[in-house]
Structures are given as C-alpha cells and as structure tokens.
Design a protein around this ligand. Structure first.
Ligand SMILES: Nc1ncnc2c1ncn2[C@@H]1O[C@H](COP(=O)(O)OP(=O)(O)O)[C@@H](O)[C@H]1O
Ligand SMILES: [Mg+2]
Length: 246
C-alpha cells in the first residue's frame, strides 16, 4: 500500500478551540478524494497534518509506510513531504525565478540532481502541463492558470506518489479553472493519489472516487460522489450543497 493514506482518530486543537475531532479516513493508493465543506471546517488544517506541516494532538496518520503521530518519529514528516507534494491557492512560486527555474529548484536542492538533469526534468514537466513555450517567463508574466500549472510541475519534480491540493483553482477565472482541473484529472489517470480540497462540485462529481465532507472538524459524510452529492445523509451537508450549488 505504498500510496495509501490512513487517518485514525486525528484530533487537533488551537488553544481552546477544537479544529479536528476524531477524524478517520482511508484513501487508497491511486484514489482521488475530494474534500469539501464549509469555510473554517478544518480542510486546510487536515491537509497540513497529512503533509507533516502541522502536528496534531491525538491519533495517527499513515502515509505509505511512514507514520505521523504526536511524540512519534520526528523524521517521518520530511519523508512524507518527499512522497506527497502540497499545492496552494496562491501558487507560492519564487517570483525572481523563471517557470523553468522554479521547477528545477527542488530537484537540485533536495534531490541533489545536477543542473543539467534538473533542467531536462523541468522541461519535460513543463511540457507535460502544457507550458513548454513559457519556460523562460517569470511568474508575473504568467496567467493564474499558468502559474498554478507551474506549481503543479514543481510538485511533480519531486516525483511524488500523491498530491495534496488546497483550493488550487479558487483564485482563477472560470475558463482557467478547467485547465488546472484537467491537469489534475490526467495525474489521476497516471496513478497519483490525490486529496483535493475544492469548491468545484462538478469536478468532485467527475473526477473523485470518493467525497468527504468536513464540517466543524468532523468528517460527516464519506462515500462515492453520487451518494454524498445526490443523497447526503446529514442536514449539514444538504445545507452546504444548497449554498455552493446556487
Ligand atoms: N495557526 C492557527 N492558529 C489558530 N487557529 C487556526 C490556525 N489555523 C487555522 N485555525 C483555525 O482553524 C479552523 C479551521 O481552519 P482551516 O483548516 O483553515 O479551515 P478550512 O480550510 O476548512 O477553511 C478555523 O477556525 C481557523 O481559524
Ligand atoms: Mg482552507
């Protein structure tokens, strides 16, 4: 189960506030899970916990063979981050580097690839996300959709088993959203495990194997899209879907 992600009773507080409450979730290797739910429900915190960026208070997260837990192996987080990349709404590209240099950075710094090797890999990845002809441009010269695809190429340069995507289309115009979502659908077809926080219910329906609804720090629904989106069991999910579908 090298690409599987299993959360068991994960709880997280910030001060007095409970942000995640006994979250248990199994994502099979190669599966795409859409994580939806109201703002403030804990979606970003959950992705950050899975990627070892935020430590939680109770429970356990297993990513492939690596186990994250409070008081557990302090090196597990960096191993998890090599296997699973995270992509953010605001791209977080280096502004002073070209698209190509942004993608070359981690292979050179983290994987100790030669400049030549990193360059070949980066060109290949930019081609894969449809940006071969934009390699020499800086982020400010790219559209939002292009920037987000550079960010995806940069994550892919670490040869990840999976990606954690946090509202990566939220800052984009409608016509640019679809190019990013299409790129994700291709990565799914290539076998990556994807956890995608999204408000794009259409994408969740089309591309997700399962949909999880997180509200007030709890997973209140988890199942195939047609079950969760068309026959939600909880009043909270019904209310949320009415709001996002208007
Ligand atoms: N570093 C932090 N310190 C204190 N509270 C935080 C921190 N990060 C997130 N929170 C709180 O945790 C809750 C869940 O936030 P978040 O995971 O960002 O939700 P979502 O991504 O679903 O909108 C929010 O109430 C937020 O204010
Ligand atoms: Mg969020």
């Amino acid at each position: 189960m090298p690409n599987q992600v299993v959360l068991t009773n994960v709880s997280k507080r910030f001060g007095e506030r409970t942000i995640l409450q006994d979250v248990s979730l199994e994502v099979e290797g190669g599966e795409t899970v859409a994580l939806i739910g109201p703002s403030g429900g804990g979606k970003s915190t959950l992705l950050r916990c899975i990627n070892g960026l935020t430590m939680f208070d109770r429970g356990e997260i297993r990513v492939g063979a690596d186990v994250l837990s409070p008081g557990g192996d302090p090196d597990a987080a960096s191993r998890v981050r090599r296997k699973f990349g995270m992509i953010f709404q605001d791209f977080q590209l280096f502004p002073h580097l070209t698209a190509l240099e942004n993608v070359m950075e981690a292979p050179m710094q983290v994987l100790r690839r030669s400049k030549h090797e990193a360059r070949e890999l980066a060109l290949q990845l930019l081609h894969r996300v449809g940006l071969a002809d934009r390699a020499g441009l800086h982020p400010r010269q790219l559209s939002g959709g292009q920037k987000q695809r550079v960010a995806i190429a940069r994550a892919l340069a670490m040869e990840p088993r999976g990606l954690l995507c946090d509202e990566i289309t939220s800052a984009l115009d409608p016509e640019l959203k679809s190019e990013v979502l299409d790129t994700l659908a291709e990565l799914k077809a290539e076998g990556l495990t994807l956890l995608v926080v999204t408000h794009e219910i259409g994408f969740a329906r089309r591309a997700a194997d399962r949909v999880a609804v997180l509200a007030e720090g709890r997973v209140i629904e988890y199942g195939p899209p047609e079950q969760v989106l068309d026959r939600p069991q909880t009043e909270r999910t019904q209310r949320f879907l009415r709001q996002v579908l208007v």
